[in-house]
Design a protein around this ligand. Structure first.
Ligand SMILES: Cc1cc2nc3c(=O)[nH]c(=O)nc-3n(C[C@H](O)[C@H](O)[C@H](O)COP(=O)(O)OP(=O)(O)OC[C@H]3O[C@@H](n4cnc5c(N)ncnc54)[C@H](O)[C@@H]3O)c2cc1C
Ligand code: SF4
Ligand code: SF4
Length: 404
């Protein structure tokens, strides 16, 4: 069942809100305790979900609680999937095995393939419809109450980090038995803005069926006629985008890797394959359900990230301060576009770089646009990630034990 206007009350009207669906539920005041953008308590939630808090050394400091990490791919990549389709295969396998009665995921809007619509799926074959990434906010959690009303208690949810944070806050209250498959998320924007972006990348935006930011520093576009185009990141028209292109929510998001999912399915450390973070026993159980349909290997780890992160932070300081982004001279762009995938950080080092970049972005944009929110909204793991780049908290920006 796809959600329609009949299921949806009006969304929240906060400036930091990704319309995750909570404000459309019977008790919209639940936003006050469930929202990632108010006062998220990650250690408490990690303790509840994973039975322990993420370490502050090694890779847990970057990626959250980790039982195992893999470079991974479906042996038979799934048609229409964003990468090889591990996410939707995990959900379909849970339905097929009878482990869950329903899956909440996002399918494309009937009139716009790029707009996400929440759906309650009970037939494993229907997960085909959820394959692929769409750009925009989806009120996924508004599907929880209709799912419960339909008699479902054991539910799998495929969600992005801001949805999963709120989901975990509601889990106990709704008496649900959840299997949470998370994807990382960054740089989301409204579907309308995304259409504008496509129009700047190609003269036939209506024919684009797929877009992805790849770990080799290229954007891949696929078209309805089967053709493909790779655009180096450095040739993207980022500095031409309007200031509000990326909403403040996604510029200040505090969880890139979906720390509260049972299993995170992304691509950043995958070097062209996918990247899995199994966080707890439930995540391991889900992965085991795919058996030998999924190929697993140790993730690679090469290069040095500090130069790329430092350069990114310098640009972000300018952008957050309202200055234009530094443009690379046009003649240098093709050379750098060719060079970056060859010399840049790879595998886990690439993922660490992206996580540090996002932490710095959060601090700089909140400091500029909503300084009063910093103290409650920025968890300690974000401050720790930004610390090597001379971004310590200013007085009053970080919560101290005496604030409680
Ligand atoms: C806006 C956005 C930004 C992302 N940024 C990153 C990133 O920076 N780094 C990274 O490693 N991964 C990122 N991802 C995740 C990545 O694009 C893939 O979805 C993931 O690697 C899974 O690939 P797959 O082939 O297993 O997915 P598939 O099997 O094709 O399944 C895709 C799943 O994504 C869900 N989905 C699609 N669109 C949305 C949406 N708008 N909101 C919520 N759920 C949605 C669907 O429910 C579906 O289950 C992002 C995803 C989104 C939606
Ligand atoms: S909990 Fe969800 S709906 Fe409520 S304010 Fe936060 S993002 Fe918006
Ligand atoms: S970047 Fe963060 S806030 Fe924005 S949609 Fe993704 S998870 Fe939500």
């Amino acid at each position: 069942m796809d959600l329609t206007a009949d299921h949806l009350r009006s969304p929240a009207h906060r400036n930091l809100c990704t319309d995750c669906g909570v404000s459309r539920m019977a008790d919209p005041s639940a936003c006050g305790t469930a929202c990632q953008f108010i006062a998220p308590d990650y250690p408490a939630q990690e303790q509840q979900v994973h039975g322990r808090v993420a370490g502050t050394d090694g890779d847990e400091a970057f990626f959250g609680v980790t039982q195992a990490m893999y470079r991974a791919a479906m042996v038979q990549p799934r048609d229409g999937a964003q990468w090889t389709g591990i996410t939707t295969s995990l959900a379909a396998s849970l339905l097929r095995a009878g482990t869950v009665d329903a899956v909440l995921a996002c399918v494309p809007d009937a009139a716009d393939r790029w707009a996400p619509v929440p759906a309650i799926l009970t037939d494993p074959d229907d997960l085909v419809r959820a394959r692929g990434m769409r750009m925009g906010y989806a009120p996924l959690l508004a599907a929880l109450e209709p799912a419960v009303a339909a008699g479902h208690r054991r539910i799998a949810v495929v969600g992005i980090p801001c949805q999963v944070f709120a989901l975990r806050a509601l889990e106990k209250r709704l008496g649900l038995d959840l299997y949470v498959i998370g994807t990382p998320c960054s740089d989301n924007t409204t579907t309308a803005h995304f259409h504008d972006f496509l129009g700047r990348l190609t003269d036939r935006p209506g024919d684009v069926t797929y877009l992805e930011f790849r770990a080799d520093f290229h954007v891949e576009l696929r078209f309805a006629d089967g053709t493909k185009r790779l655009i180096p990141f450095l040739k993207l028209p980022i500095s031409d985008l309007p200031d509000d292109f990326f909403p403040l929510t996604c510029r200040t998001c505090v969880d890139y890797t979906n720390r509260l999912a049972d299993i995170t399915v992304g691509y950043m450390a995958g070097e062209g394959d996918q990247w899995l973070i199994v966080r707890n026993a439930r995540g391991a159980q889900m992965l085991a359900g795919l058996g030998d349909a999924v190929r697993l290997a140790a993730p690679g780890d090469k290069g040095k990230r500090q130069g790329s992160v430092t350069g990114f932070i310098a640009n972000t300081r300018r952008a957050a301060g309202g200055m234009p982004l530094r443009r690379m001279p046009d003649w240098l762009r093709p050379v750098m576009g060719w060079l970056m995938p060859r010399i840049g950080p790879k595998g886990l080092e690439f993922a660490r770089a992206r996580v540090e970049m996002k932490a710095a972005e959060t601090i700089l944009h909140l400091r500029r646009h909503a300084p009063a929110r910093m103290k409650t909204m920025i968890p300690d793991h974000v401050w720790r990630l930004a610390a090597p780049y001379d971004l310590p908290p200013a007085p009053g920006e970080q919560k101290t034990p005496t604030d409680d």
